[in-house]
Design a protein around this ligand. Structure first.
Ligand code: C5P
Length: 408
C-alpha cells in the first residue's frame, strides 16, 4: 500500500444505508494510505454502524450532532472543514443527495457540506436501491450535484442488499480510495483517449504449453492508472496477468502477440496516445500442435519452428501520419548498454518518446528506475514505486503534447 494520502485531511461523511459496513473498510484504507480521517455521521447512519467502530478505526472523535458541545466554539459545521483537503460522503443516500442538491442545512453533515470552503472538493458515493437511484427525482438531484461541481463516484451495478439487482451499489472501498487519490492528481490528460498495452504475451506450443516471459504487467497497469488519474479515457490491452484492473480503466484481455496486435489495431483509430508497455514476444511457434505433444520414451524432443510476430508499436507509430495522433510511447527492456540501446530503439521504432529500463530489474518488481529518450537526449528518473514513475511519465507525455500543440 502506497501512502498516497500522506498529509491529507479527509472528512468522511456517512449517511443512512447498508453500505455503511463498507465505510468501515474505507476509513481503514484511508488511514493506511496516510490520511487523517474525521468521521461525521448522520443520525440515520448510526442505525447501520456504531460511532464507536468509526472512532476506533479513524482514531478521532466522531461527530453526529450539530449541537455537540465538545467543539470549543460549538460550531462543528465550520471547524471540521477548515483544515480539510476533501469531504467524501460514503455512503451517500438518496435523501442526502436531495439535501445537497437543495443546499439543506438541517443536520451536522449537510450543514458542514454547505459551509465548507469553496476550495474543498466534495465527493459523494451514492448507495441505494436501484429504483431509488433511477427515480427521476433522484436523477434530477444528481444532475444538480454535477452542475454544482460535486463529484459523483459510482454507483456500481450488481446485486443489492435488498435482493434486487442494478445500479445503486456503493463502489468498493478500494475503488473509492483510488478515486479519492485520483482527485488530487493534476488533470493533465483531461479529454484524451489513451491506449496502453501491458503484461507478457503467451505463445502456444500446444493446448497446454506455451512460451511467455517474466513481465508481471505492473508497470503497464501503473501507467494505465496514472493516465486515468490524469483525466484520460483509458483502454488497456493486457496479456495474461493476475493484477486487478485499475478503477475506471477498460480492459481487453489477450494472450498471444497476434491477438494483442488485432486488439490494438481495432482500437487505435481515435486514440490520442498509445503507450506500448507490454513485453511482446518477438517470435511465435510457427507449428503449434492441435493436441498435447506426447513425450516418447527415448524419442527425440519436438522440433519447434518460430516465425516473427508483428511489431505492434512500430505499426502504430507508422500510422501516426499527418494528424500526429496517436502520440506513441515505447518501452525497451534491456539487459545492458541501456543508454545506447534505448536511443537506437527509439529511432528504430519511429517513436518520439521511448522509456528504457533494465528487464531483470523491473519484471515482477514494485519499484523501477527508467530512462526517457527523446530527440533531445535522455533523462534518468531514479528508482521509485512504479505508480510514482508512471505519474511522472504521464506528466512528461502531457508536457510534450502541450509543446507540440504550441508548435502547430
Ligand atoms: O523490440 P523490443 O521488443 O525491445 O521493443 C519494445 C517495445 O516495442 C515495447 O514498447 C513493446 O511493447 C513494443 N513491441 C511491440 N510489438 C512487438 C515487440 C515489441 O509493440 N512485437
Amino acid at each position: 500500500m502506497t501512502r498516497d494520502l500522506n498529509g491529507k485531511n479527509i472528512v468522511l461523511g456517512l449517511t443512512g444505508g447498508v453500505a455503511c459496513y463498507k465505510a468501515a473498510e474505507l476509513c481503514r484504507a484511508l488511514v493506511k494510505a496516510g490520511a487523517q480521517v474525521q468521521v461525521v455521521m448522520t443520525e440515520s447512519a448510526t442505525h447501520f454502524i456504531g460511532a464507536v467502530t468509526m472512532q476506533a478505526l479513524s482514531g478521532h472523535t466522531v461527530y453526529t450532532d450539530q449541537w455537540d458541545p465538545r467543539i470549543a466554539n460549538n460550531m462543528a459545521h465550520i471547524d471540521l472543514t477548515r483544515r480539510a483537503d476533501a469531504v467524501l460522503v460514503a455512503p451517500c443516500s438518496a435523501d442526502f443527495i436531495r439535501k445537497l442538491a437543495h443546499g439543506a442545512c438541517d443536520d451536522l453533515l449537510s450543514t458542514l457540506c454547505v459551509a465548507r470552503p469553496r476550495h474543498v472538493p466534495l465527493l459523494v458515493a451514492p448507495a441505494m436501491n436501484v429504483e431509488m437511484w433511477e427515480n427521476p427525482a433522484t436523477q434530477r438531484n444528481v444532475a444538480t450535484l454535477r452542475e454544482d461541481g460535486i463529484s459523483l463516484l459510482g454507483p456500481a451495478a450488481g446485486d443489492q442488499a435488498c435482493g434486487e439487482t442494478g445500479l445503486g451499489r456503493m463502489l468498493e472501498p478500494e475503488d473509492l480510495l483510488e478515486e479519492l487519490v485520483a482527485s488530487f492528481q493534476p488533470k493533465v490528460l483531461a479529454g484524451k483517449r489513451v491506449l496502453i498495452t501491458a503484461g507478457p504475451t503467451y505463445e502456444p506450443i500446444d493446448p497446454v504449453r506455451g512460451i511467455t516471459n517474466l513481465s508481471s504487467g505492473k508497470m503497464g497497469y501503473a501507467v494505465a492508472r496514472a493516465a486515468r488519474e490524469a483525466g484520460a479515457d483509458v483502454l488497456l490491452v493486457s496479456g495474461p496477468t493476475t493484477l486487478p484492473t485499475p478503477h475506471g480503466v477498460r480492459r481487453i484481455d489477450v494472450q498471444s502477440a497476434r491477438e494483442m496486435y488485432d486488439a490494438v489495431m481495432a482500437a487505435v483509430p481515435g486514440q490520442h496516445i498509445f503507450v506500448g508497455v507490454a513485453a511482446v514476444a518477438d517470435w511465435r511457434v510457427a507449428n503449434p500442435s492441435d493436441q498435447k505433444v506426447k513425450k516418447q520414451e527415448g524419442g527425440a524432443p519436438p522440433e519447434l519452428r518460430f516465425e516473427q510476430n508483428p511489431d505492434i508499436l512500430a505499426t502504430v507509430a507508422a500510422t501516426t501520419g499527418i494528424s500526429g495522433w496517436p502520440y506513441c510511447v515505447g518501452f525497451a527492456a534491456e539487459s545492458e548498454n541501456l543508454i545506447d540501446y534505448g536511443a537506437a530503439k527509439r529511432e528504430k521504432k519511429g517513436v518520439p518518446l521511448l522509456v528504457g529500463n533494465i528487464g531483470h530489474h523491473t519484471f515482477g518488481q514494485d519499484e523501477n528506475s527508467i530512462v526517457l529518450f527523446d530527440d533531445s537526449g535522455h533523462t534518468v528518473l531514479p528508482r521509485a514505486p512504479k505508480l510514482a514513475l508512471a505519474r511522472q511519465l504521464v506528466s512528461e507525455i502531457a508536457k510534450r503534447l502541450e509543446q507540440r500543440s504550441l508548435l502547430t
